[in-house]
Write a protein that binds this ligand. Sequence first.
Ligand code: FAD
Length: 485
Amino acid sequence: TTAGIALPEDPQDAPLSGELLQRFAAIVGDGNALTAPDDMAPYLAEPRDLFHGKAAAVLRPKTVEEVAAIVRLANETKTPLVPQGGNTGHVGGQSPRSPRQIVLSLARLDQIRDVDPIGRTISVDAGVVLQRVQEAAEAAGLLFPLSLGSEGSCQVGGNLASNAGGTGVLAYGNARDLCLGVEAVLASGEIFHGLRRLKKDNRGYDIRNLLVGSEGTLGIITGAVLKLYPRPAGREVAFVGAASPDDALKLLRIAERHAGGGLTGFEFMPRLGLDFVLRHIEGARDPMAEPHAWYVLVEVSSSRSGEDARDTMEALLADGFEASLVEDAAIAKSLSEAKAFWHMRESMSWAQKPEGGSIKHDVAVPVARVPDFLTAADAAVLKAIPGARICAFGHLGDGNVHYNISQPVGADKEDFLSHWREINGLVHAIVADMEGTFSAEHGIGLLKRDELSQTKSATEMDLMRAIKRIFDPNNILNPAKVVQI
Ligand code: FAD
């Protein structure tokens, strides 16, 4: 149990022998095999403080060949490896669990290999931080649209391994949709050379797409080819006050009608979420004079001009006012104000931390069902924990709600968190009834592993285990994450 949450038990492995540790250390050289507790600490803790990792060592290879040598030795000696990128994952996939496990950090594979402005692709090492990919695209006059609150520290390998979503999914898709090719080290130590740049390639089964979203359980991603997009000529961001999620949803339809594929953001948050941000995030400022029950952050992009984006935004808001869906709206007057609006939305997770315990969900339901989901889930949660503070926010345009619940004011944190599984059960049952998913973008890792086998059919679970056995017969790649074999 950690922070009140019952997790699957840690494996009771014998510690790694000193002699074997030396052989691993020799591959990466002095200074890149960390074993001292203080050196390992940043790789063992994670942002939510839910998982407290245990490991024999952290290895920091510099090249694909070093990664391959580590994996080959691990396979020969049946040593479990836990791949780690920026360590920002929300489900514990990157956390090692026993004194025999080795953290394989990809951070030093950090080269941008190539930008192709004609084919609109970028080839990168897996350890390149997402923000650097965005910056390299911008320097080439292009756009890499994957955008997450953690973009300053998460890495491409982690983004692909977890098939990250974020705020750009509405217009551009998730990490899988943005990936053309993958290079990976397989459990045998062999390198899978899949760095293709083709939009079309129907030669049989798609190994790339098995590796993407496999959370480090099928291979170690070492490089990728990603798609780039033309940079919009104009972009407008508005903060909108609305009375209800239902009104926000109706506004989404209006926004889609006006902006079409140029609707590049449609995020929602409750007043409580904004209150948390105003209270805890430095520099945050309420853009509106009066409080509103709900807020929507709308972003419109235009390939033509800034004026076109502005006209579209104004037209959609005017229709929204007309239909009494918009109570108030503030269009960002400058790039820095647009960034400030986005910063408030992206700070929503951090702003919950100082409010005490927070029980999290990452659910998706069909977009039209989001208001019904919120009504049903709020009723169930408040019946179970009167006074619970519900902060449901997220990617309304994708039907993806981060249905987070902060502890009642003055409650005991541990006692509140001990309800984690019970509350997950209530919320996820409503999601299942609506044919939704209990993991929209964060993956399974360790936190949701047992629930996965309860919600997928036996046939699907058997197929997943069979795939794992083929890719990793000795169960050395992130064992016990996602599926147990
Ligand atoms: P890690 O956390 O290091 O690892 C994640 C998983 O991938 C683990 O299972 C790990 O073993 C595996 N892995 C990592 N690198 C490799 C590799 N090279 N090869 C094989 N397996 C590997 N996620 C979203 O989807 N959408 C969001 O909007 C979003 N917002 C976030 C906001 C904040 C503030 C934070 C802290 C997190 C957010 N996340 C979000 C979660 C997280 O940032 C993403 O899942 C991210 O893609 C993880 O990347 P990482 O490099 O940190 O991976």
